[in-house]
Design a protein around this ligand. Structure first.
Ligand code: NAG
Ligand code: NAG
Ligand code: NAG
Length: 797
């Protein structure tokens, strides 16, 4: 073969290549290239970009790939330039055998959007094989009496090349007895037959040697030769004859070895050794035949497994030879029947994972299916499970794309295992499954969500600085940085509160801290918003309201409002001696700046000059007498009260009260300055008091008589007016007056105005001012004794 090529003139070779490198569009829309076989790797086949009408660089940006059935990489594409190079030397005979034309189908796949281009590469034959005879020598026995014109079959030469490069002509070396004629078989192959031109004479020439030459049609032609030995045999007998000259049988491709294919049979009219027929394979298509023939019985059996996908058709010649080496020939055509023995094949061509969520219909995978069987055995159906949002779309010949049905949501499902099932329609049905895992990649489509719509946090006042008071937390159903949350304070623009210096948040975990000690009495609660932002692009955020409630601590002692404890002159209460038991002396008023239990005050009498005389109501601070007063009671009493709150720890304040017993309300004016004096000098004062009382009783006796006189005159005048004028009408009292004339069982609804120390109009304290003229009148007039309301009515001024 090298010699043949070497002989080729240079310019003819160039011409040859130019002719074969043709480009045309085939009927299926495929771009077809043509090139001769046996080109070295790196050979430039074509430029796909130009031929497919793609822009410069488009192949690269759209991830172009070239696929060949079976995933063998025969061609290599330069995505930049679009040049298609040969990856390895292509041998037409290996790739296509006898098939003509030899076309290799390639697919160029582009993405965004997915696009297919079918390209075909036709390999043209070059005459790289010479004809070859199966044997270097042949022996042919011809009876002496054979008539001119008798035809003798010869074995044909093989040539792997096809068409004109295959065997075209047989010639025989020049001689006077024979010539060769070339016949064509049904499949186009040529075989030689030797034709007798002149009768042979064994006595003259018992043996002949001819050279049979097979010539192919290449340019230049190649040739192969064999030596034919011809033996002229003496015996006048008959050659074996087959009952049928052509046997046509079919056999299943999966038939086991040793299966009987067919039994051929030949007859020989001779008897004895010349009538014994031996069968043999005369010549097959190739050198390795999957059949053997039983020499005696003529049974043709399988010696190798058949493969329909490889060779579907055998054309073998059987020879029957008798004892005289005379030969008869028949042809057996064996058709291999396809059996569904090849499962469909699935080839993933392109897999685009992960798939971003929220994107419209997206091509996830491109795959091709194939089945080597033919007919229904090779017809393929393809499906995926039907509970997933994906679709299979037939795209191009045996290509399918797996696309998303619509936008996916990673948060509801992040991964899909998609099983592609491919089955053929043969019997039995063969299936192939392939599972691809499709991950859905995250898009920042979820804002952080707080675990609570609002937060209420409690903090005890007087807390330590930088105290963690709680944790705000939000979750984000996205993943990665799209779910990475940062917390921040969104403080109100309130300059009075200055929350920025009060509150801080850990941006990473949402822990909230109070930066300094809080005081419940000045700030009971405050609100602000906390924001949570993820780190997606664009970032999403949300807000929540946080309310911080400051809890009270018992950090304020009760404060006594009345009687005022800081006064230079302590408040002195007056108590009329005739006061009945339960008489309200005064009411201690106290407040507590704390709240709740901490401000729930209770009053207690700690110490008194005369312990049994006064009692303090624990809950309202009212100081009342417990019995009637007697003349023996000392006039000045000093009470020490304790006001306690109910907090933990309990805080208290003490109150000192001065009570002065008076006979009438005029007395305090006289004795008021003395009240402030030292109570220890009580004995001396008692003496002075008795003197004063004696003096007062004399003068009051005088005054009484004068008043009685005046009263009698007034009452007489009143009787003339036929009405009791002494009574002061009860309902006439203004609203701020009140009746405390009860005998200690005061009505619950009585009105009471404390003399508040803060009132600047009355100085340090106020006291109950009696309506002195009324009292005098009543005491003077005996007849008005049944008008008690007159007696003890007070005006609170
Ligand atoms: C075959 O060869 C013979 C002898 O060279 C020639 O005469 C004949 O034309 C050839 N036939 C073909 C078909 O080439
Ligand atoms: C998909 O298959 C893999 C491997 O078998 C398995 O680990 C994974 O859990 C499967 N995923 C789903 C969503 O079924
Ligand atoms: C007593 O205390 C009250 C309340 O703090 C205050 O208003 C008042 O001026 C004080 N009086 C004297 C005399 O200090």
């Amino acid at each position: 073969m090298e010699t043949a090529l070497a002989k080729m003139p240079e310019q003819r070779q160039v011409f040859f290549l130019t002719i074969l490198l043709l480009l045309w569009k085939s009927g299926s829309g495929a771009t077809r290239y043509s090139m001769p076989e046996e080109k070295e790797s790196g050979y430039l086949v074509a430029n796909v970009a130009k031929d497919l009408g793609l822009r410069v660089g488009e192949l690269a940006t759209r991830g172009a790939q070239i696929h060949y059935k079976g995933n063998k990489e025969l061609l290599q594409m330069d995505a930049e330039t679009g040049n298609l190079f040969l990856k390895e030397k292509l041998d037409r005979e290996a790739l296509c055998g006898a098939t003509e034309p030899c076309v290799l189908h390639f697919q160029v796949i582009l993405e965004n959007p997915v696009q297919f281009f079918q390209t075909e590469l036709q390999l043209t034959d070059i005459n790289d094989h010479s004809p070859e005879f199966p044997d270097r020598e042949m022996l042919l026995k011809i009876p002496e009496n054979a008539q001119p014109g008798t035809v003798f079959p010869l074995k044909a030469a093989q040539d792997s090349d096809i068409g004109s490069n295959a065997v075209q002509n047989y010639t025989v070396s020049p001689n006077i007895h024979f010539h060769v004629i070339t016949h064509s078989r049904s499949d186009g192959r040529k075989y030689p037959e030797l034709v007798l031109d002149r009768a042979l004479d064994r006595e003259e020439q018992p043996e002949l040697t001819l050279i049979l030459t097979a010539l192919d049609g290449g340019a230049p032609p190649r040739s192969g030769t064999t030596i034919v030995h011809i033996e002229v045999v003496d015996i006048n007998d008959n050659a074996p004859q087959f009952i049928q000259s052509l046997y046509e049988v079919q056999i299943l491709e999966n038939s086991p070895i040793d299966t009987l294919v067919v039994t051929v049979s030949a007859r020989d009219l001779d008897s004895g050794i010349y009538g014994n027929v031996a069968y043999s394979l005369f010549q097959g298509d190739g050198l390795s035949q999957p059949f053997v023939i039983d020499e005696v019985t003529g049974e043709i059996r399988l010696s190798k497994e058949l493969d329909f996908e490889g060779i579907s058709h055998y054309n073998i010649e059987i020879a029957a030879t008798d004892g005289g080496d005379l030969l008869g020939k028949c042809t057996v055509v064996i058709q291999v029947l396809d059996v569904n023995d090849n499962a469909p094949e699935l080839m993933i061509r392109k897999l685009t994972v992960p798939v971003p969520e929220n994107s419209a219909e997206t091509v996830v995978a491109v795959f091709s299916v194939s089945d080597s069987d033919s007919g229904d055995n090779g017809r393929i159906v393809c499906s995926i499970q039907n509970n997933i949002p994906f679709l299979l779309k037939p795209t191009f010949e045996n290509y399918y794309t797996l696309v998303t049905e619509g936008p996916l949501d990673r948060e509801s499902r992040a991964e899909y295992n998609i099983t592609i099932t491919v089955w053929d329609l043969g019997t039995p049905r063969l299936t192939t499954q392939h599972t691809i895992t499709v991950q859905v990649s995250d898009i920042n489509d979820n804002a952080p969500a707080f675990t609570q719509t609002s937060y209420t946090l409690f903090v005890q006042e007087n807390n330590s600085p930088a105290l963690q008071i709680g944790t705000i937390s939000a979750t984000d159903s996205d993943s990665g940085s799209n779910a990475h949350i940062t917390y921040s304070l969104l403080l109100p623009q309130d300059p009075q509160l200055a929350l920025a210096s009060l509150i801080s948040i850990n941006p990473d975990n949402g822990q909230l801290f109070v930066l300094r000690a809080l005081d419940y009495e000045s700030l009971q609660a405050f609100e602000f918003r906390v924001g949570a932002t993820d780190q997606g692009s664009p970032a999403l955020s949300s807000q929540t309201l946080v309310r911080v409630v400051v809890l009270d601590d018992n950090d304020n002692a009760p404060f006594v409002l009345y009687p005022m404890q800081n006064a230079s002159a302590p408040c002195t209460e007056l108590l009329p001696r005739e006061a009945e038991s339960g008489y309200l002396v005064t009411k201690v008023v106290a407040v507590d700046r704390d709240s709740g239990q901490n401000a729930w005050l209770s009053f207690q009498l700690l110490k008194a000059t005369e312990p049994g005389l006064f009692s303090v109501w624990a809950h309202n601070g009212e100081v009342r007498t417990t019995r009637l007063l007697s003349e023996r009671d000392v006039p000045k009493h000093r009470l020490l009260l304790l006001v306690k709150d109910n907090g933990e720890p309990q805080l208290s304040a003490s109150v000192t009260l001065q009570v002065l017993l008076v006979n009438s309300f005029s007395q305090p004016y006289l004795s008021l300055p003395e009240v402030a004096q030292d109570p220890i000098q009580e004995d001396g004062e008692m003496l002075t008091l008795y003197l004063v009382i004696a003096l007062a009783s004399v003068s009051s006796l005088f005054l009484l008589s004068v008043l009685m006189f005046v009263g009698m005159r007034l009452c007489r005048r009143a009787r003339e007016a036929s009405l009791g004028v002494c009574s002061v009408p009860e309902g006439h009292f203004p609203g701020h007056l009140m009746d405390v004339s009860g005998t200690g069982t005061l009505s619950h609804s009585y009105q009471y105005d404390v003399c508040l120390s803060g009132d600047s109009r009355t100085g340090e304290f106020k006291f109950l001012k009696p309506m002195i003229p009324n009292v005098m009148v009543q005491e003077a007039g005996r007849e008005v004794k049944e008008n008690p309301p007159c007696r003890d009515s007070f005006v609170f001024s």
